[in-house]
Design a protein around this ligand. Structure first.
Ligand code: ATP
Ligand code: MG
Length: 139
């Protein structure tokens, strides 16, 4: 079964929306197989957002991601990667479809509540970066 990596960002933590997001994933038939709360640092973020390292918003993005703890998680299900991306919506909440998390609660393109892997290969990489093998539970 496909797995994907989902991270509740600091804005969602501040708005008490972490479990609203997780509830939507559960209702869509996805199963949690790993979860942990942590505070990100520059080492994590330089890797996680390496694709944005040359962007003007990179430092702002890192500051935002360090505002509060985050919850890192792994979800399993058929087409888990695509399913979660659909539930979350477009990066910019203004462009996100009605009924998606980012449409319903996102503030702006940076404070968009949740990260989700954008493909199966990225998912494997991100899961491996945040979790040891024995922290991902088969059930
Ligand atoms: P995520 O990777 O968090 O799931 P995404 O895949 O929809 O989001 P990416 O292009 O990977 O979008 O960007 C990662 C994150 O960087 C975005 O979710 C957002 O928080 C931030 N970001 C992207 N573009 C901008 C921008 N133009 N200005 C500010 N922040 C941005
Ligand atoms: Mg992305």
């Amino acid at each position: 079964m496909e797995k994907t990596f989902v991270m509740i960002k600091p804005d969602a933590m501040q708005k008490s929306l972490a479990f609203e997001v997780f509830s939507r994933l559960e209702k869509a038939g996805l199963k949690p197989v790993a979860m942990k709360m942590l505070k990100l640092d520059d080492v994590n973020l330089d890797v996680h957002y390496a694709h944005h390292a040359d962007k003007s918003f990179f430092n702002d993005l890192k500051t935002f991601m360090k505002e509060s703890p985050v919850i890192a998680s792994v979800w399993e299900g058929e087409n888990a990667v695509t399913k979660v991306r659909e539930l979350i919506g477009a990066t910019n909440p203004e462009q996100a479809s009605a009924g998606t998390v980012r449409h319903d609660y996102g503030e702006n393109i940076q404070r968009n509540l949740v990260h989700a892997s954008d493909g199966p290969d990225t998912a494997k990489e991100e899961i491996g970066r945040f979790f040891n093998e024995n922290e991902v539970i088969n059930w």
